[in-house]
Structure formats: C-alpha cells, structure tokens
Design a protein around this ligand. Structure first.
Ligand SMILES: [Zn+2]
Length: 70
C-alpha cells in the first residue's frame, strides 16, 4: 500500500549502530548495518557483553523439547 516511488519494492532498515537508512538487498553486504565499520562495532559490543555468558541457546531448546516429550 505504498505510493512512494522511492521505496518501490525496496525494504529499508535503520542501521542498529548509527540509524542510517540501509537498503535490504543483496548489494548491502553488511545489512542490517550500513557498513562494515558499524557491523564490527556492534559485534564488538555484543561480544564484550556476552563474553562470560556461554552460548547455550541451542542445547537449552533441545532440553525443553526432550522434557516435553518425556
Ligand atoms: Zn551504520
């Protein structure tokens, strides 16, 4: 229901780091980030915050599945 020709068939997102408009297309290699710099900056913060938290989302979900079955 869009009448704006500028957004015709193109989804745009805001860069999580700097809020810049990013086209959601294969040409935007760093989407949802606008650039490699923003992508790496965001990943750096993420890695630092979760440095001491083990990535156990997968096994946890499997456990829930097993319990439900049991
Ligand atoms: Zn950005």
């Amino acid at each position: 229901m869009t009448t704006d020709p500028a957004t015709d068939n193109i989804t745009t997102v805001n860069c999580p780091n700097c809020a810049a408009n990013v086209r959601w297309e294969s040409a935007s290699a760093f989407r949802p980030f606008c650039s490699a710099r923003c992508q790496q900056l965001d990943f750096g913060e993420w890695a630092r915050e979760s440095y001491s938290i083990p990535a156990s989302a997968g096994p946890d979900m499997l456990d829930i599945d097993a319990e439900a079955d049991f």
